[in-house]
Write a protein that binds this ligand. Structure first.
Ligand code: BG6
Length: 506
């Protein structure tokens, strides 16, 4: 059957993984229902899953294969990006299995090991399996030990490939990350470990690499001679919802800054990789992360905030302290902004300002490159009053695309120059919709392509940057309140004002 989602003129062959099972631990959780199962359906719908594919759920539920299939179907229908085709789901349904068990249940893991072997005979999986750990970090050691005990993580013993996918948070500081990495590495070989930072699966984030390294235009000016500063913003309008259990004591810096924002910084600042593969990309990113320097006066350049009640989209919303299951007097930050410098020849003197927060006016993620002003203007001061700095803005989401801001003559008899914007919009330039980040990353796991997955060293280097900030905050004081629906606490504006700058209003 031909695939209606593919353009028949497209001669590029899509890469389809070899036969395998995807084993999801914690399959009843939010991530599995909202992201993973819909991604499996979308991949199948795009013809990107192999014939010998099995979806195997593992959780502490009294379910049979049919119950799981029904729940998975509902999740896929609700979260699918591509249109619903019953016949596609039917094919997945026929190869959906469920294994009830708790993580300390030896019998359940023995059964799982045997099942993975049997699936080769019954479904032609070749015995291959990817284990997705969509579980709380404190359950990692138990599950990993079970895998080691049963030999199910061993490529040689099982005569197949076995991979593991680990979701963030990768620890809560450097020491715990090293411990966790050690645990995973004891059971799986390094090449078989895939750490998910879903920002790397976003098309627009990958486009940053295309923009920089496939063009001649930008790279020659991508340095401190021409760039004044870089601003990376990840703003969300949502609050923490029902996630207090995870978010309390984690906060914005550990939840987002340590991973998504530092990865965006690394991709923005890195040198050209010798080729587009995992080893070369990671080598360049790690150089940047290792060169990151925190300001001497950290207290003035690491701002934290917590949302107070306010108005968002015409609706009154609670402050953080009034959210379900948040401890009274909690000092967990829901907003974090920092200045970082990258101590390399390319970036000497160029500050990178990073900020993230919940309950900000709208959901937007962008990387703003702010250029220096022209060294000389042959126009009168009054004619250039409304001319700002040139900016290149990579809009990660929503309105995926790139904006270039530059000065242009205002029509008329004077030589007035004002800022204008030139826009590239994914939605307009391409007919194909961007795949979801999880779709792309799941496919890469099954293909064994690790280019978009951070490795241990990156995770550890990122904690080395975040730990001193967390230590400073833990030593006293509390986050500054900001009203829901505003762009964070005043301290964030003051931080930039101190450097003679202002935040872009995305
Ligand atoms: C997750 C964080 O990693 O990213 C969440 O844990 C956050 O707190 C989410 O809401 C945002 O992802 P996206 O893709 O919607 O920007």
């Amino acid at each position: 059957m031909s695939n209606p989602l593919r353009d028949p003129r497209d001669r590029r062959l899509p890469k389809v993984p070899g036969p395998c099972a995807l084993v999801v631990f914690g399959v009843t959780g939010d991530l599995a229902r909202k992201k993973l199962i819909p991604a499996v359906y979308d991949l199948a719908n795009r013809g990107l899953l192999p014939p010998g594919f099995v979806l195997l759920g593992f959780a502490r539920r009294d379910w049979g294969d049919g119950d799981f299939e029904q729940i998975a179907k509902e999740a896929a229908k609700k979260g699918a990006r591509t249109g619903w085709r019953e016949e596609v789901w039917q094919r997945i349904a026929e190869a959906t299995k469920f294994l009830p068990g708790s993580f300390d249940d030896d019998d359940a893991f023995d059964q799982l090991a045997a099942m993975l072997k049997d699936l080769d005979a019954s479904h032609g999986t070749g015995g291959n399996a990817a284990f997705y750990l969509s579980i709380p970090p404190n359950a990692f050691p138990t599950v990993l030990k079970q895998m080691e005990r049963t030999g199910m993580a061993d490529n040689v013993q099982t005569n197949s490939w076995r991979r593991v996918v680990v979701e963030k948070p990768f620890g809560h500081d450097l020491a715990s990350a090293i411990e966790l990495n050690g645990l995973v590495d004891d059971v799986f070989t390094a090449d078989d470990v895939f750490r998910i930072d879903h920002y790397l699966g976003k098309e627009t984030v990958q486009n940053l690499l295309a923009l920089r390294f496939a063009n001649e235009l930008f790279e020659p000016i991508w340095n401190s001679h021409h760039i004044d500063s870089v601003q990376i913003t990840m703003a969300e309008d949502v609050g923490i919802g029902t996630r207090a259990g995870f978010y309390e004591g984690t906060g914005a810096a550990r939840d987002v800054l340590q991973n998504h924002l530092l990865q965006l910084l690394a991709l923005t600042a890195m040198d050209e990789p010798v080729q587009f593969d995992a080893a070369a990309l990671r080598a360049e990113k790690i150089k940047v992360l290792d060169a990151v320097r925190l300001p001497k006066d950290l207290a003035s350049y690491a701002v934290r905030g917590q949302y107070d009640q306010g108005w968002l989209a015409g609706e009154r919303v609670n402050g953080y302290q009034a959210e379900e299951n948040v401890a009274a007097g909690s000092t967990t930050e829901t907003f974090a902004a920092v200045r970082l410098d990258v101590d390399t020849r390319r970036w000497a003197g160029v500050p990178f300002y990073l900020r993230t927060g919940k309950r900000l006016p709208r959901r937007v993620t962008e990387i703003g490159i702010v250029f220096k002003k022209a060294p000389h203007l042959p126009f009168s001061k009054s004619d250039t009053e409304e001319l700002g700095a040139n900016q290149l803005v990579v809009r990660v989401q929503p309105d995926e695309g790139v904006t270039l801001r530059f000065g242009s003559k205002v029509p008329g008899t004077t030589m007035e120059v004002r800022d204008v914007a030139m826009d590239f919009l994914y939605g307009e330039a391409f007919t194909e919709n961007s795949p979801e980040a999880y779709e792309r990353l799941l496919l890469d796991v099954l293909l064994g392509d690790a280019a978009l997955f951070p490795r241990n060293e990156e995770v550890e280097a990122s904690w080395r940057i975040i730990d001193p900030i967390e230590e400073l905050w833990a030593s006293g004081g509390e986050p500054e309140l900001y009203r829901a629906g505003e762009w964070g606490p005043k301290g964030a504006d003051e931080m930039l004002a101190r450097d003679g700058r202002t935040w872009r209003r995305p």
